[in-house]
Design a protein around this ligand. Structure first.
Ligand SMILES: O=P(O)(O)OC[C@@]1(O)O[C@H](CO)[C@@H](O)[C@@H]1O
Length: 328
Protein backbone atom coordinates (compact mmCIF):
# COMPACT_ATOMS: atom_id res chain seq x y z
CA UNK A 1 0.00 0.00 0.00
CA UNK A 2 1.26 3.46 -0.93
CA UNK A 3 -0.27 6.10 1.34
CA UNK A 4 -0.05 9.79 0.43
CA UNK A 5 -0.69 12.94 2.45
CA UNK A 6 -1.59 16.16 0.67
CA UNK A 7 -1.78 18.75 3.44
CA UNK A 8 -2.82 21.49 0.98
CA UNK A 9 -4.75 19.87 -1.89
CA UNK A 10 -6.00 21.82 -4.89
CA UNK A 11 -8.72 21.59 -7.49
CA UNK A 12 -6.37 22.34 -10.39
CA UNK A 13 -7.99 24.45 -13.09
CA UNK A 14 -6.19 24.44 -16.43
CA UNK A 15 -6.88 27.06 -19.10
CA UNK A 16 -5.42 26.21 -22.49
CA UNK A 17 -4.80 29.40 -24.48
CA UNK A 18 -4.89 29.35 -28.30
CA UNK A 19 -2.07 31.90 -28.44
CA UNK A 20 0.59 33.48 -26.24
CA UNK A 21 -0.39 34.79 -22.82
CA UNK A 22 -0.97 38.57 -23.05
CA UNK A 23 -0.35 40.24 -19.72
CA UNK A 24 -2.94 42.96 -19.07
CA UNK A 25 -5.18 41.84 -21.97
CA UNK A 26 -8.50 39.94 -22.25
CA UNK A 27 -8.12 36.49 -23.77
CA UNK A 28 -10.61 33.73 -24.54
CA UNK A 29 -9.73 30.24 -23.39
CA UNK A 30 -9.40 27.51 -26.01
CA UNK A 31 -10.48 24.88 -23.48
CA UNK A 32 -10.60 24.51 -19.71
CA UNK A 33 -10.69 21.60 -17.31
CA UNK A 34 -10.54 20.93 -13.58
CA UNK A 35 -8.87 18.01 -11.81
CA UNK A 36 -8.64 17.02 -8.13
CA UNK A 37 -4.95 17.44 -7.41
CA UNK A 38 -2.15 18.55 -5.14
CA UNK A 39 1.11 16.64 -5.08
CA UNK A 40 0.11 13.65 -2.94
CA UNK A 41 -3.25 13.28 -4.69
CA UNK A 42 -1.39 13.23 -8.01
CA UNK A 43 0.95 10.48 -6.75
CA UNK A 44 -2.06 8.44 -5.59
CA UNK A 45 -3.79 8.95 -8.95
CA UNK A 46 -0.72 7.57 -10.77
CA UNK A 47 -0.41 4.63 -8.37
CA UNK A 48 -4.11 3.79 -8.73
CA UNK A 49 -3.88 4.10 -12.52
CA UNK A 50 -1.07 1.53 -12.41
CA UNK A 51 -3.39 -0.88 -10.58
CA UNK A 52 -1.54 -0.67 -7.25
CA UNK A 53 -3.08 -0.08 -3.83
CA UNK A 54 -3.08 3.51 -2.60
CA UNK A 55 -4.86 5.72 -0.11
CA UNK A 56 -4.86 9.52 -0.41
CA UNK A 57 -5.14 11.46 2.86
CA UNK A 58 -6.18 15.09 2.81
CA UNK A 59 -8.16 17.78 4.58
CA UNK A 60 -11.50 18.50 2.87
CA UNK A 61 -15.27 18.47 3.42
CA UNK A 62 -17.40 15.78 1.79
CA UNK A 63 -19.21 18.35 -0.40
CA UNK A 64 -16.01 20.12 -1.50
CA UNK A 65 -15.71 20.00 -5.32
CA UNK A 66 -12.24 18.48 -4.97
CA UNK A 67 -13.49 15.66 -2.73
CA UNK A 68 -16.43 15.08 -5.08
CA UNK A 69 -13.84 14.83 -7.85
CA UNK A 70 -12.05 12.07 -5.94
CA UNK A 71 -15.38 10.21 -5.65
CA UNK A 72 -15.98 10.61 -9.37
CA UNK A 73 -12.47 9.29 -10.09
CA UNK A 74 -12.99 6.36 -7.65
CA UNK A 75 -9.68 7.20 -5.96
CA UNK A 76 -9.43 5.62 -2.49
CA UNK A 77 -9.11 8.51 0.01
CA UNK A 78 -9.77 9.65 3.56
CA UNK A 79 -10.67 13.32 3.91
CA UNK A 80 -10.70 15.16 7.24
CA UNK A 81 -13.58 17.71 7.37
CA UNK A 82 -12.34 21.28 7.99
CA UNK A 83 -15.45 23.42 7.48
CA UNK A 84 -13.73 25.53 4.79
CA UNK A 85 -13.23 25.41 1.04
CA UNK A 86 -10.07 23.90 -0.39
CA UNK A 87 -7.99 25.98 -2.78
CA UNK A 88 -8.06 26.08 -6.55
CA UNK A 89 -4.76 26.55 -8.39
CA UNK A 90 -4.74 27.95 -11.91
CA UNK A 91 -2.54 26.78 -14.79
CA UNK A 92 -2.33 28.73 -18.05
CA UNK A 93 -0.79 26.81 -20.93
CA UNK A 94 0.36 28.29 -24.25
CA UNK A 95 0.67 26.38 -27.54
CA UNK A 96 4.48 26.24 -27.26
CA UNK A 97 4.20 24.39 -23.93
CA UNK A 98 4.92 27.41 -21.72
CA UNK A 99 3.12 26.87 -18.42
CA UNK A 100 2.18 29.66 -16.00
CA UNK A 101 0.93 28.55 -12.60
CA UNK A 102 -0.77 30.52 -9.84
CA UNK A 103 -1.18 28.67 -6.53
CA UNK A 104 -3.53 29.90 -3.80
CA UNK A 105 -2.46 29.72 -0.13
CA UNK A 106 -5.24 27.28 0.86
CA UNK A 107 -7.47 27.17 3.97
CA UNK A 108 -6.08 27.74 7.48
CA UNK A 109 -5.66 24.60 9.63
CA UNK A 110 -5.76 25.14 13.40
CA UNK A 111 -3.77 23.14 15.98
CA UNK A 112 -6.60 20.63 16.60
CA UNK A 113 -7.02 20.00 12.88
CA UNK A 114 -3.26 19.48 12.49
CA UNK A 115 -3.26 16.95 15.33
CA UNK A 116 -6.24 15.16 13.80
CA UNK A 117 -4.52 15.06 10.41
CA UNK A 118 -1.38 13.64 12.03
CA UNK A 119 -3.53 10.94 13.71
CA UNK A 120 -5.14 10.08 10.38
CA UNK A 121 -1.69 9.63 8.86
CA UNK A 122 -0.43 7.48 11.75
CA UNK A 123 -3.46 5.20 11.45
CA UNK A 124 -3.23 4.80 7.66
CA UNK A 125 0.57 4.51 7.54
CA UNK A 126 0.75 1.65 10.04
CA UNK A 127 2.14 -1.28 8.04
CA UNK A 128 2.11 0.50 4.65
CA UNK A 129 5.07 0.11 2.26
CA UNK A 130 5.46 3.82 1.52
CA UNK A 131 4.15 7.08 2.91
CA UNK A 132 4.48 10.09 0.60
CA UNK A 133 4.27 13.52 2.28
CA UNK A 134 3.85 16.01 -0.51
CA UNK A 135 3.26 19.64 -1.31
CA UNK A 136 3.15 22.94 0.51
CA UNK A 137 1.73 23.38 3.99
CA UNK A 138 -1.45 25.46 4.37
CA UNK A 139 -1.61 28.63 6.49
CA UNK A 140 -1.41 27.99 10.23
CA UNK A 141 0.79 24.90 9.88
CA UNK A 142 4.33 25.19 11.25
CA UNK A 143 7.17 24.62 8.79
CA UNK A 144 8.41 21.60 10.80
CA UNK A 145 5.11 19.69 10.28
CA UNK A 146 6.63 17.06 7.96
CA UNK A 147 9.79 16.77 10.08
CA UNK A 148 7.76 16.32 13.27
CA UNK A 149 5.40 13.83 11.60
CA UNK A 150 8.30 11.78 10.21
CA UNK A 151 10.07 11.61 13.57
CA UNK A 152 6.82 10.83 15.43
CA UNK A 153 5.76 8.04 13.06
CA UNK A 154 9.16 6.38 13.31
CA UNK A 155 9.01 6.50 17.10
CA UNK A 156 5.39 5.34 17.39
CA UNK A 157 5.25 2.75 14.59
CA UNK A 158 8.77 1.34 14.94
CA UNK A 159 9.17 -1.64 12.58
CA UNK A 160 5.67 -1.03 11.09
CA UNK A 161 6.66 2.47 9.93
CA UNK A 162 6.66 2.73 6.12
CA UNK A 163 9.48 4.16 4.04
CA UNK A 164 8.81 7.89 3.94
CA UNK A 165 9.19 10.06 0.83
CA UNK A 166 8.94 13.84 1.01
CA UNK A 167 8.35 16.22 -1.89
CA UNK A 168 8.07 19.79 -0.67
CA UNK A 169 9.88 23.11 -0.93
CA UNK A 170 11.05 26.13 1.05
CA UNK A 171 10.89 26.11 4.85
CA UNK A 172 9.15 22.68 5.23
CA UNK A 173 11.96 21.11 3.15
CA UNK A 174 14.72 22.91 5.07
CA UNK A 175 13.15 21.88 8.40
CA UNK A 176 13.78 18.20 7.60
CA UNK A 177 17.51 18.89 7.94
CA UNK A 178 17.47 21.64 10.51
CA UNK A 179 19.15 20.45 13.69
CA UNK A 180 17.38 23.33 15.45
CA UNK A 181 14.09 21.41 15.35
CA UNK A 182 15.66 18.84 17.69
CA UNK A 183 14.51 15.78 15.71
CA UNK A 184 17.94 15.03 14.25
CA UNK A 185 18.23 12.18 11.74
CA UNK A 186 14.80 10.79 12.78
CA UNK A 187 13.19 13.57 10.73
CA UNK A 188 15.18 12.86 7.56
CA UNK A 189 12.98 10.95 5.10
CA UNK A 190 13.95 7.74 3.33
CA UNK A 191 13.59 9.43 -0.06
CA UNK A 192 13.65 13.07 -1.09
CA UNK A 193 12.30 14.24 -4.43
CA UNK A 194 13.54 17.80 -4.99
CA UNK A 195 13.58 19.53 -8.36
CA UNK A 196 16.70 21.48 -9.35
CA UNK A 197 15.39 24.69 -7.83
CA UNK A 198 14.61 23.05 -4.48
CA UNK A 199 17.91 21.18 -4.40
CA UNK A 200 19.88 24.36 -5.14
CA UNK A 201 18.03 26.25 -2.42
CA UNK A 202 18.55 23.47 0.11
CA UNK A 203 22.29 22.93 -0.32
CA UNK A 204 23.29 26.48 -1.36
CA UNK A 205 26.28 27.56 -3.44
CA UNK A 206 24.69 26.59 -6.79
CA UNK A 207 21.73 27.43 -9.00
CA UNK A 208 18.81 25.62 -10.62
CA UNK A 209 20.32 26.29 -14.08
CA UNK A 210 23.72 24.85 -13.05
CA UNK A 211 22.16 21.68 -11.65
CA UNK A 212 20.01 21.14 -14.77
CA UNK A 213 23.03 21.73 -17.01
CA UNK A 214 25.44 19.41 -15.19
CA UNK A 215 24.19 16.12 -13.68
CA UNK A 216 27.50 15.71 -11.80
CA UNK A 217 26.77 18.91 -9.89
CA UNK A 218 23.27 17.61 -9.15
CA UNK A 219 24.79 14.38 -7.83
CA UNK A 220 27.23 16.31 -5.63
CA UNK A 221 24.38 18.37 -4.19
CA UNK A 222 22.24 15.27 -3.61
CA UNK A 223 25.17 13.56 -1.84
CA UNK A 224 25.01 16.25 0.84
CA UNK A 225 21.47 15.07 1.65
CA UNK A 226 22.61 11.45 1.71
CA UNK A 227 25.33 12.55 4.14
CA UNK A 228 22.60 14.04 6.33
CA UNK A 229 20.79 10.68 6.55
CA UNK A 230 18.51 10.28 3.51
CA UNK A 231 18.69 6.82 1.88
CA UNK A 232 17.99 8.12 -1.61
CA UNK A 233 17.55 11.38 -3.48
CA UNK A 234 15.60 11.49 -6.74
CA UNK A 235 16.34 14.94 -8.18
CA UNK A 236 14.16 15.81 -11.17
CA UNK A 237 15.89 18.13 -13.64
CA UNK A 238 13.14 19.09 -16.11
CA UNK A 239 14.00 18.31 -19.74
CA UNK A 240 17.40 17.01 -18.51
CA UNK A 241 15.69 14.00 -16.89
CA UNK A 242 16.61 13.06 -13.35
CA UNK A 243 19.44 11.77 -11.17
CA UNK A 244 19.10 9.13 -8.48
CA UNK A 245 21.67 9.11 -5.70
CA UNK A 246 22.08 6.57 -2.90
CA UNK A 247 24.94 5.76 -0.53
CA UNK A 248 26.25 3.20 -3.00
CA UNK A 249 25.69 4.75 -6.43
CA UNK A 250 24.44 7.53 -8.65
CA UNK A 251 22.63 7.32 -11.98
CA UNK A 252 21.35 9.75 -14.55
CA UNK A 253 18.18 9.03 -16.52
CA UNK A 254 17.33 10.95 -19.69
CA UNK A 255 14.32 10.57 -21.99
CA UNK A 256 14.16 10.99 -25.75
CA UNK A 257 12.68 14.46 -26.44
CA UNK A 258 8.91 14.81 -25.97
CA UNK A 259 6.61 17.69 -26.90
CA UNK A 260 5.71 19.23 -23.55
CA UNK A 261 2.05 20.17 -23.19
CA UNK A 262 1.95 20.85 -19.44
CA UNK A 263 4.69 20.15 -16.93
CA UNK A 264 2.22 20.30 -14.02
CA UNK A 265 2.33 16.99 -12.15
CA UNK A 266 5.49 15.77 -13.93
CA UNK A 267 7.50 15.65 -10.69
CA UNK A 268 4.64 13.91 -8.86
CA UNK A 269 4.39 11.36 -11.65
CA UNK A 270 8.15 10.73 -11.46
CA UNK A 271 7.88 10.13 -7.74
CA UNK A 272 4.96 7.74 -8.31
CA UNK A 273 6.95 5.87 -10.97
CA UNK A 274 9.89 5.50 -8.59
CA UNK A 275 7.80 4.30 -5.67
CA UNK A 276 5.85 1.86 -7.87
CA UNK A 277 9.11 0.36 -9.18
CA UNK A 278 10.72 0.24 -5.73
CA UNK A 279 7.65 -1.48 -4.28
CA UNK A 280 7.89 -4.05 -7.07
CA UNK A 281 11.48 -4.78 -5.94
CA UNK A 282 13.19 -3.44 -9.07
CA UNK A 283 16.89 -2.51 -8.92
CA UNK A 284 17.71 1.18 -8.44
CA UNK A 285 18.53 1.99 -12.10
CA UNK A 286 15.17 0.54 -13.17
CA UNK A 287 13.39 2.58 -10.49
CA UNK A 288 15.00 5.68 -12.04
CA UNK A 289 14.03 4.52 -15.53
CA UNK A 290 10.38 4.24 -14.52
CA UNK A 291 10.51 7.61 -12.72
CA UNK A 292 11.84 9.36 -15.83
CA UNK A 293 9.34 7.59 -18.11
CA UNK A 294 6.46 8.72 -15.87
CA UNK A 295 7.73 12.33 -15.70
CA UNK A 296 8.09 12.60 -19.48
CA UNK A 297 4.66 11.07 -20.04
CA UNK A 298 3.08 13.57 -17.62
CA UNK A 299 4.75 16.51 -19.40
CA UNK A 300 3.30 15.39 -22.72
CA UNK A 301 -0.27 15.28 -21.31
CA UNK A 302 -2.54 18.34 -20.86
CA UNK A 303 -3.06 20.18 -17.56
CA UNK A 304 -2.71 18.07 -14.42
CA UNK A 305 -3.43 14.82 -16.27
CA UNK A 306 -1.54 11.95 -14.65
CA UNK A 307 -0.17 9.14 -16.84
CA UNK A 308 -1.25 5.54 -16.89
CA UNK A 309 1.41 2.88 -17.64
CA UNK A 310 0.26 2.88 -21.29
CA UNK A 311 1.36 6.54 -21.64
CA UNK A 312 4.93 5.70 -20.58
CA UNK A 313 7.80 4.46 -22.78
CA UNK A 314 10.60 3.01 -20.67
CA UNK A 315 12.55 2.10 -23.84
CA UNK A 316 12.92 5.86 -24.50
CA UNK A 317 14.86 6.27 -21.24
CA UNK A 318 18.65 5.96 -21.08
CA UNK A 319 20.09 5.28 -17.63
CA UNK A 320 23.84 5.60 -17.02
CA UNK A 321 25.84 5.27 -13.80
CA UNK A 322 27.63 8.50 -12.92
CA UNK A 323 29.79 7.69 -9.90
CA UNK A 324 30.09 5.02 -7.24
CA UNK A 325 29.48 1.33 -7.73
CA UNK A 326 26.40 0.12 -9.54
CA UNK A 327 23.81 -1.95 -7.74
CA UNK A 328 22.61 -5.43 -8.58
O1 LIG B 1 1.45 24.63 -3.72
P1 LIG B 1 2.10 23.27 -3.71
O2 LIG B 1 1.44 22.38 -2.72
O3 LIG B 1 3.58 23.30 -3.59
O4 LIG B 1 1.85 22.64 -5.15
C1 LIG B 1 0.53 22.38 -5.57
C2 LIG B 1 0.57 21.97 -7.02
O5 LIG B 1 1.12 22.99 -7.84
O6 LIG B 1 1.38 20.82 -7.15
C3 LIG B 1 0.84 19.92 -8.11
C4 LIG B 1 1.83 19.68 -9.18
O7 LIG B 1 3.02 19.18 -8.66
C5 LIG B 1 -0.45 20.55 -8.59
O8 LIG B 1 -1.44 19.57 -8.75
C6 LIG B 1 -0.81 21.55 -7.54
O9 LIG B 1 -1.58 22.62 -8.01
Amino acid sequence: MIVTLTANPSLDRTIELDGRLERGGVQRAGSTHAQPAGKGVNVSRAVAAAGSATLALLPGDTADPLVLGLDAASLPYRAMPIGASLRSNITLTEPDGTTTKINEPGPHLDADQQRELGGLVADAADGAAWLVLAGSLPPGVEADFYARLTATLRRELGGRCPKIAVDTSGAPLAALFDGGTGFGAAAVPTLLKPNADELAELVGGTTEAELEADPHRAVAAARELIGAGAEAVLATLGAAGAVLVTASGAWQGTHAPVTARSTVGAGDSSLAGFVLAESAGLPRPDCLRRAVAYGAAAASLPGSTIPTPSHTTEDAVRVVPLTGKDQP
